[in-house]
Ligand binder design. Structure first.
Ligand code: DAT
Ligand code: MG
Length: 152
């Protein structure tokens, strides 16, 4: 399994509902490594680029309005297979269809307020990390228990 990096963001609803520690804790306890973290209110330009693939969808305008409505907690997590695993931890896009045990399954009911974003593939992850973070904001560090964090 390759060491990957993925972009994860707690959306304004997650921040305002006081779910930051709950969500961060799930990634931390899983064993992934946090290598970048900041809180920011995204600009419209950033939001439109981030959700560019959805530009022609009917929900696009509402999505951009929502994600720019307040602070977001933006993160980069690193680890073996972290891109797909983060998506598993997050759960299905529609919270009512997300499995119990997932973040959306446990903490959300509304597709337009589904608490968290996670990159959906290798290319998207690289694009989103570069969009949200300067290289100098990403910390390459070695936890003392690094060898416990991989499969072999
Ligand atoms: P995901 O966030 O699971 O990657 P996505 O990339 O398909 O889902 O969509 C991005 C976000 O857009 C999603 O988290 C919530 C919103 N969204 C998606 N489909 C929607 C819909 N049918 N109605 C309203 N919002 C929607
Ligand atoms: Mg997506």
């Amino acid at each position: 399994m390759d060491v990957e990096r993925t972009f994860v963001a707690i959306k304004p609803d997650g921040v305002q509902r006081g779910l930051i520690s709950e969500i961060l804790g799930r990634f931390e306890r899983k064993g992934f490594k946090l290598i970048a973290l900041k809180q920011l209110r995204p600009s419209r330009d950033l939001a439109e680029k981030h959700y560019g693939v959805h530009r022609d969808r009917p929900f696009f305008e509402g999505l951009v309005e929502f994600i720019t409505s307040g602070p977001v907690v933006a993160m980069v997590w690193e680890g073996d297979g972290v891109i797909a695993s983060a998506r598993t931890l997050i759960g299905a896009t529609k919270p009512l269809e997300a499995n119990p045990g997932t973040i959306r399954g446990d903490l959300a009911v509304n597709i337009g307020r589904n608490v968290i974003h996670g990159s959906d593939g290798i290319e998207t992850a690289a694009f989103e990390i570069g969009l949200w973070f300067e290289p100098s904001e990403i910390n390459d560090w070695m936890p003392s228990d690094q060898s416990w964090r991989s499969e072999s």
